[in-house]
Ligand binder design. Structure first.
Ligand code: ADP
Length: 624
């Protein structure tokens, strides 16, 4: 006989176990859903492998069996699925490879006790949740394709370690036996050796599982595939329950979208728009994609080919009737049917969002807050399809009503006579853009400006989209040309006049600031501030540069343009100093201070605090 080997859990697992063992929260029932779902996954995997390895036979029909023992106070979850080898047990049950675990632990610490149950599902720490109800767990498993004596026995009491040993098992599959803690109604510890209790939990959480879940000679679940039943026959609660089942998100979805495709191609889908973004929405490791079935037979999870990245938050299932069961990911990428289905699904999702925006704006605001930045990724993706539809969905802050978000359509409806472009400004935060001096001339003219502050905004707006034939134009670049033809001519003449007046001063400033700026010129966009920074017509905005740097790229350094406000009292005074003496040292200090001031207004930061501080010191000293 071999000796059981004792091994330590990975540190993260220990922490997790500690949370489970000592948990007092009341939703302990979820442990069964997690174990049944693991068993169901194991059956999926076996069936999938059988498609390519015909010699992998299962012991009878694929099923899950629950065995209750009142006397011994045990509950066993038995499946005849894929099973695990010894190495797989060590890897899958002793360690946590997933990056989500650390997030889970910190989220669990921050969350209230009642929320931990929903976190368990979301973060996929399923198996360990059994330690909420068991003080000892024994797992005996045999990998499909191995012999009777190649099984493995794993046992733990949920402290820091487990034992692992060789074992025998008649057929391939896994048996998880929970030695239950004493009943404790006050803390949600029900009698999990009772047929009624267990049957109730299975029907509540696992009704759609595609395999029979048996208790004695009864099958507990209906196995009904909710997605191919007509909408009128499915209750709202059933839809919600199914959402929970596939997403592990315990917040009700914002929208449920049943899709039927019939005709040349037969497919059914059930999609959901979640109400809340998952914690890892921006992580490359986020679980995304839909579940794919072929005629109610599960084929694959996280099928990314069915939803573009900018709709990666959509959850759901697709049942494509004409697809081969044997389909691989490589084939999927090129499959025409999949492309057709995906196109239909995207269309349906966008139409649903549009409808929500039109008819239930409050709901849509909630959606936009959670998923707006992801949706906007569609503008910079090569295969996002109909970008005009996406533009319809965009919401933005606006100078029209700082307290509200507006659509582009509403903006266009408010455009002034003679206004040719949709003006916008981007910045690091809504507060920063609202205070930008660049808005002054537009405010004076009564032109509305859209304010964008998500990092992605720089990127997509950079591509100069058009909405309803109107260009979207940044007010932070190039020269502004506002008003009618006549007004512009007048403004140009006025600037030329000022240019003659202050030309020498500008040249002098240019000389002092040539390392930092591309140009020093007079501004037509300021009314009260003395200076501002803008990007030259075809250069990147400073924020765009910063964004690319953060992404690890090295964009060409484009220097900004410093604009001086000729109507500000400071400028004639500086001109007077210059006329008095071209070499007056105050000129250099003022040049540096004005540049610093412009940087502060733009980003709230100084690129060279030392130079600024020195110039400030000089000016203060002279003023005394
Ligand atoms: P998750 O199910 O989210 O991956 P779990 O902690 O519940 O996380 O399970 C960890 C891993 O253990 C699973 O991914 C699977 O590989 C393996 N496993 C768990 N239960 C079974 C089972 N009944 N049969 C085969 N493998 C299993």
């Amino acid at each position: 006989m071999s000796q059981p080997e004792r091994r330590e859990f990975q540190a993260e697992v220990k922490q997790l176990l500690d949370l489970m063992v000592h948990s007092l929260y009341s939703d302990k029932d979820v442990f069964l859903r997690e174990l049944v779902s693991n068993a169901s996954d194991a059956l999926d995997k076996l069936r999938f492998e059988q498609l390519t390895q015909s010699d992998l036979v299962s012991a009878g029909d694929l099923h899950i069996r629950l065995e209750l023992d009142r006397e011994a106070r045990t509950l066993a979850i038995v499946d005849n699925g894929i099973g695990m080898t010894r190495d797989e047990v060590i890897k899958n049950i002793g360690t946590i490879a997933k990056s989500g675990t650390r997030e889970f632990l910190s989220a669990a610490k921050a969350a209230g006790k009642s929320e931990i149950a929903s976190l368990i599902g979301q973060f996929g720490v399923g198996f360990y949740s059994a330690f909420m109800v068991a003080d000892k767990i024994v797992l005996v498993t045999r990998r499909a394709g191995t012999s009777v004596d190649q099984a493995t026995r794993w046992e733990s009491t949920g402290d820091g370690s487990y034992t692992i040993d060789d074992a025998e098992r008649e057929h391939a599959g896994t048996t998880v036996t929970l030695h239950l803690k004493p009943e404790d109604a006050e803390h949600g510890m029900r009698d999990y050796t009772s047929d009624d209790v267990v049957g109730d939990i299975v029907r509540r959480y696992s009704d759609f599982v595609a395999y029979p879940i048996k208790l004695g000679d009864k099958t507990l679940n209906s196995m009904k595939a909710i997605w191919d039943r007509p909408k009128s026959e499915v209750t709202e609660d059933e839809y919600k329950e199914f959402y929970r089942h596939i997403s592990h998100d315990w917040t009700d979805p914002l929208r449920t979208i049943p899709v039927r495709m019939e005709g040349t191609l037969e497919a059914y889908a059930l999609l959901y728009v979640p109400a809340k973004a998952p914690f890892d929405l921006f992580s490359p490791e986020m679980k995304r994609g839909l579940q794919l079935y072929v005629k109610r037979v599960f084929v694959m999870d996280e099928c990314k080919e069915l939803m573009p990245p900018h709709l990666r938050f959509i959850k759901g299932v697709v049942d494509a009737h004409d697809l081969s069961l044997n389909v691989s990911r490589e084939i999927l990428q090129k499959d025409r049917q999949i492309q057709v289905i995906r196109k239909q699904l995207v269309k349906k999702v966008l139409a649903t969002l549009e409808e929500m925006q039109r008819d239930r704006f409050e709901d849509y605001l909630g959606f936009w807050e959670q998923f707006g930045p992801v949706l906007k990724e569609g503008f910079v993706s090569y295969d996002a399809g109909d970008k005009d539809k996406l533009l319809d969905l965009v919401l933005a802050s606006s100078t029209h009503d700082p307290a509200k978000l507006t659509t582009l359509d509403a903006y266009v409806g408010r455009m002034k006579e003679g206004q040719e472009a949709i003006y916008f400004l981007t910045g690091t935060s809504r507060e920063a853009v609202m205070k930008s001096p660049l808005l002054e001339a537009f405010a004076a003219k009564g032109y509305e400006v859209l304010l964008f502050s998500d990092p992605i905004d720089e990127l997509w707006l950079e591509r100069a989209p058009r909405f309803k034939d109107k260009p979207l134009q940044s007010i932070g670049r190039g020269e502004v040309k506002l008003g009618s033809e006549d007004e512009r001519k007048q403004a140009a003449a006025a600037i030329e006049e000022k240019q003659r007046e202050y030309g020498d001063l500008l040249t002098c400033f240019r000389a002092y600031l040539q390392d930092e700026v591309k140009e020093v010129r007079l501004s037509t966009r300021l009314t009260s501030s003395p200076v501002c920074l803008v990007a030259d017509e075809h250069d990147m905005t400073p924020r765009m540069q910063k964004l690319l740097e953060q992404m690890g790229q090295q964009p060409p350094k484009a220097k900004p343009v410093l604009e001086l406000n000729p109507t500000h009292p400071l400028i004639p005074k500086l001109q007077a100093v210059y006329t008095e003496s071209k070499a007056d040292p105050r000129l250099e200090s003022y040049a540096k201070l004005l540049l610093g001031q412009a940087h502060l207004a733009e980003t709230g930061q100084l690129p060279d605090p030392d130079a600024f501080s020195k110039a400030l010191g000089d000016v203060m000293l002279r003023a005394l």
